[in-house]
Design a protein around this ligand. Structure first.
Ligand code: AMP
Length: 248
């Protein structure tokens, strides 16, 4: 059975190690997930990681982990990054790239990785290419999840996250048994600050401006695999695995 590592090396960097250490179950897969906020990349990342034994590397999770830290422990760049995040804006490339470069060991992880939320700009994608080339590694594929805009907005505004175990629910499509309470650990469900309507608009604009051109970048490299993000998470996961298999 897949024993999910705690991803400490990714979330904390420095000398932190993952517990349990990631164990390769298959030839390692090195993948990037693309798609507008709200298409369900995070959920797919979890499902795919469990199936492929790879590590879920989300830059958004690094910022959320930093938010939970004692403010005195945060670097000024991290504190500034959290302000961008709160507004729904993209954090500057320089800050994101410094954080990823500190975690380059996670790209070497022998169980492979699934990058979620990074790269988000062409400059970040070019920097990732350089980091991987420095490790003699390359991406296997870039999965691009596609969903009409009105469905994206509906998914984001109804999303609720557990403050304790980070499980994700949706007020309509995946409600918890008791409103506001996590089914798994009894934690309190909350709406992410950046899932509020005013932040959603900013995030969608940032996506169109900076992230959508990434699809072309990876299409030119023959790495892009487009996947419809309609349906249940399990259906989308099955579709993703079939598409990966076909692209291999
Ligand atoms: P996510 O969980 O991937 O939606 O990320 C949440 C927020 O973190 C985003 O709205 C950005 O403010 C910030 N963020 C995460 N990853 C990146 C990135 N690669 N580049 C810029 N900002 C990012």
């Amino acid at each position: 059975m897949y024993n999910k590592p705690d991803r400490k090396a990714w979330l904390k960097a420095g000398t932190a190690h993952c517990e349990p250490p990631p164990v390769a179950q298959h030839p390692p897969r090195r993948l990037v997930l693309l798609g507008a906020p709200g298409v369900g990349k995070g959920t797919q990342a979890e499902l795919l990681c469990a199936r492929l034994g790879a590590c879920h590397l989300s830059t958004g999770d690094i910022f959320r982990a930093a938010k939970a830290m004692d403010p005195a422990e945060r670097t000024p760049a991290l504190t500034a990054a959290l302000d961008y995040m709160r507004r729904g804006d993209l954090v500057p490339d320089e800050t994101v790239l410094a954080l990823v470069a500190e975690r380059v060991g996670c790209l070497r992880c022998e169980s492979g990785f699934l990058l979620d939320g990074f790269p988000r700009t062409v400059a970040q994608a070019e920097a990732l290419e350089r980091l991987l080339a420095g490790e003699q590694l390359r991406l296997d594929a870039v999965l691009s999840y596609e969903l009409p805009l009105e469905k994206v907005v509906a998914r984001l505004s109804g999303r609720r996250t557990c403050a304790q175990c980070k499980a994700v629910f949706h007020v309509e499509s995946r409600p918890s048994r008791v409103a506001g309470v996590c089914d798994h650990c009894g934690g309190k469900l909350y709406q992410r600050e950046d899932d509020r309507p005013e932040s959603i608009r900013v995030r969608m604009e940032a996506y169109e401006r900076s992230t959508a051109p990434l699809a072309d970048f990876y299409r030119r490299q023959n790495l892009l695999v487009s996947i419809s993000a309609e349906g249940t998470p399990e259906e989308i996961c099955r579709r993703s695995l079939e598409a990966l298999h076909a692209a291999a």
